[in-house]
Design a protein around this ligand. Structure first.
Ligand code: ADP
Ligand code: MG
Length: 302
């Protein structure tokens, strides 16, 4: 195992986010490669602690593995003066995020989307089963490896049901809206749709997955037109009152269109649950050689 952060050598930066940075690192003694997420103290310590708790609790092949949490400084980057942070040693996903995949491939064929969607649904089935709502399902939080595995990552804004706190609020009215709000469900953006607190939030993850699936198909963020500016008002209107799924996924198979419609049902009470979607034909059709399809697809050069 990894005993201390000083056993790790920094190789490169994989991602930089709000309160933290993710490094590719190697274990000096064994040469094994990991991803190290460092969340600085003093940014949002409560959120960092919650992320650590969730990561240490989850145990599923559809969720990125965490091998240890360290409270301290990563000497390779802090040089001793950085003040330190909460550091998560995670399994390294060598094909990056779905966001990176989409940048390279532009758009994905339906059989590949089916395989991705099935993995994410299985991850969500697990999370919802332990009362965790992810709340930030989007391409940059879905990680891929060359063995064709797709895993959910980033529990930075996740919510443990009935753990207290106000989970209905959305606090993004600033410039980072596109990143934080674009995949949010109508009920999260418009508190009136919460129905007096009866919504527990689980189907919000389903909405987000539907947006991701459509984005994979059309090759761009699907809810607003290619020329529209993704500001707060435009996004909010598109999510709460925008166009129908049919007009976005033109030419898709009936199964795919139906799947997207079930996910993007604006009324959360009518939206399908994760369990229901796991037996949707779009998801079950490619079950037989799903992972092989995904491996050969991401390994292909174009
Ligand atoms: P943030 O809270 O900053 O969004 P994430 O956990 O989503 O942090 O990580 C940011 C980015 O770093 C991801 O979008 C991905 O590109 C990269 N990344 C994170 N974890 C891993 C990992 N385990 N393996 C490979 N890349 C990773
Ligand atoms: Mg992220």
């Amino acid at each position: 195992g990894i005993d201390s952060l000083s056993d790790l050598k920094k190789l490169s930066v994989l991602g930089r986010g709000n309160g933290g940075t993710v490094y590719k690192v190697s274990h000096k003694q064994t040469g094994s490669v990991y991803a190290l997420k460092v969340l600085r103290f003093g940014e949002d310590d409560a959120a960092a602690t919650r992320e650590a708790e969730i990561l240490q609790r989850v145990d599923s092949e559809y969720i990125v593995r965490c091998f240890g949490v360290f409270n301290g400084e990563f000497p390779e980057v802090d040089g001793g003066g950085g003040g330190g942070g909460l550091c998560f040693v995670m399994e390294y996903m060598d094909y990056g995020s779905l966001h990176d995949v989409l940048r390279k491939k532009k758009r994905l064929p339906e059989h590949v989307i089916s395989c991705i969607v099935r993995s994410v649904l299985k991850g969500l089935e697990y999370l919802h089963g332990i009362q965790v709502v992810h709340r930030d399902i989007k391409p940059s939080n879905l990680l891929v490896n060359l063995r064709g595995h797709v895993k959910i990552a980033d529990f930075g804004v996740s919510w443990v049901v009935n753990s207290g706190g106000d989970h209905t609020r959305c606090t993004c009215t600033d410039g980072s809206c596109m990143g934080t709000c674009a995949y949010m469900s109508p009920e999260r953006l418009d508190p009136e749709r919460w129905d007096g607190g009866r919504c527990d939030g689980f189907v919000g993850d389903v909405w987000s997955l539907g947006v991701v699936a459509m984005e994979c198909y059309v090759g761009r963020f699907p809810l607003i037109g290619p020329g529209q500016k993704p500001d707060w008002v435009t996004l909010m209107c598109a999510i709460c009152f925008g166009e129908n799924v049919e007009s976005v996924v033109k030419m898709a198979s009936p199964e795919f269109e139906s799947f997207c419609q079930r996910c993007l049902e604006r009324d959360w009470r009518k939206r399908r649950t994760v369990e229901e979607l796991l037996s949707h034909p779009f998801v079950t059709n490619s079950e037989i050689n799903g992972v092989e399809d995904l491996v050969s697809y991401i390994a292909s050069s174009n």
